[in-house]
Design a protein. Structure first.
Ligand code: ATP
Ligand code: MG
Length: 410
């Protein structure tokens, strides 16, 4: 006999873990909904080119791509921003803007599995569609920040702007620009210097290193103005003023360039301060333009994706589970017990009864095993008088109660 294992990089979730994950998910949903975001769902697989058009080399190598029986090139989604933008172009292009969408879904990437890095993982994210104002960036960043705060996470929020590097590297072609930003994204400074020298871009080394070395509050804007005087900092300055007004803690950091190629303006990432080791990035987002690539008009958007699994790993949320009642019975009373069980359900409690045809003693011992708080015992003699026994399993006390009154006890 062969034992069938899970595919590499995937996980099973047992009930305790699922309860915790659902509790986290509920907080994410409620927070997003309180800002007027509404849920959308897109297919698990899409046409491959949705992701190859603009997602960047990184993700293309990681894609689970396949041909269906008709020879179509399809892919399991590696992320949801491109699918949600496709949905917007297909279904919502004429709806009043801005549109506020959120999603919670699994994603698939052919990565090297390790702690915090899986081949199937979940993202919770939002897209705010239709505005390129600093106010849109502000809203989305504040929302990401508040979701993480509501989960009591300890994190740092770093904000950059890809426009600075684009301006600085104005004369560099797209392919080389991507190579450079990829190395910055991976913090490979040595590789970056080597590459710039080999391509005859030595002249950029100092300015790039100065720029990506700048970190801190609003004062960083002044320093970067010295490096790139021709860049218009007003959007970034307005955003920072907004963040300060709303008392959001952040750092400006121009080494934040994001792995995906579709970002056009403000970009941001959040990192957990502890518990995740190298895979500590728990949120990534920014403003981007994708719709014109999918056959729509050019519509600006801002969004983020939270790494749900990494957050679940460090979040100390305790899912509160409901108390349970075991309805036990003496021989021959099982259907009466089921009838009483049905009446008890709906009280907010969990109601179980035996399906193993066990004797009363074993039923009650199972009640202890599962940590039930009460047992309702349907015994033939008492039942004939219209009564059942209600036992508090924690206190070890019991009373005889009228069946017609039993619901009042819960
Ligand atoms: P990383 O640099 O860690 O690979 P990324 O830049 O590829 O992250 P995004 O595409 O921005 O990540 O996805 C948003 C979030 O989803 C990340 O911040 C991370 O928390 C989470 N994430 C990304 N890839 C994985 C994965 N393979 N397993 C678990 N979580 C992931
Ligand atoms: Mg990645």
């Amino acid at each position: 006999m062969i034992q069938i294992e899970r595919p590499r990089g995937t996980r099973d979730f047992l009930p305790d873990e699922m309860e915790k994950r659902r509790a986290i998910e509920r907080i994410m949903r409620r927070t997003a909904e309180s800002y007027g975001y509404r849920e959308v769902t897109t297919p698990t697989f899409e046409h491959l080119n949705l992701f190859t058009i603009k997602s960047g080399e990184n993700i293309v190598q990681e894609i689970y791509a396949f041909k269906d029986k008709s020879g179509r090139d399809l892919a399991l989604r590696p992320e949801l921003t491109a699918p949600v933008m496709r949905l917007f172009v297909n279904e919502c292009a004429v709806m009043p803007r801005p549109l506020r969408f959120y999603y919670f879904a699994n994603c698939f990437r052919y990565e090297n599995p390790q702690k915090g890095r899986y081949r199937e993982f979940w993202q919770f994210g939002v897209e705010l569609i239709g505005s390129d104002s600093y106010l849109a960036d502000l809203e989305v960043i504040v929302l990401a920040y508040n979701i993480m705060k509501n989960l009591n996470l300890d994190f740092t929020l770093n904000i950059g702007h890809v426009g600075l590097l684009r301006k600085l590297l104005e004369d560099v072609d797209e392919a080389r620009y991507r190579k450079i930003t990829r190395m910055i994204d991976k913090n490979d400074i040595e590789g970056l210097e080597e590459y710039l020298s080999s391509e005859g871009f030595e002249g950029y080394i100092d300015r790039i290193k100065d720029l990506i070395g700048l970190k801190g509050g609003m004062e960083v804007i002044e320093h970067s103005r010295e490096i790139i005087p021709e860049f218009d900092f007003s959007h970034l300055r307005n955003l920072c003023e907004g963040l300060e007004k709303l008392e959001i803690e952040y750092n400006l950091d121009f080494s934040i360039v994001r792995g995906l190629d579709y970002y056009t303006g403000v970009v941001f990432e959040a990192f957990a301060k502890r518990g995740l080791g190298a895979q500590n990035q728990i949120c990534g987002g920014g403003s981007y333009r994708l719709t014109h690539l999918f056959g729509g008009a050019d519509v600006p958007s801002t969004g983020f994706a939270l790494g749900f699994d990494r957050i679940a790993e460090i979040c100390e949320m305790k899912a509160d589970s409901a108390e349970s009642i075991l309805v036990a019975y003496t021989p021959g009373m099982e259907l009466e017990a089921l009838k009483i069980s049905e009446r008890l359900r709906g009280s907010g409690k969990i109601v179980l009864s035996d399906v193993m045809e066990r004797n009363l003693k074993k039923q009650l011992s199972f009640a202890n095993t599962i940590g039930a708080k009460y047992a309702v015992i349907v015994a033939e003699n008492e039942f004939k008088e219209g009564k059942v026994i209600l036992r508090d399993l924690e206190k070890g006390e019991q009373v005889l109660v009228d069946i017609s009154e039993i619901r009042k006890y819960f």
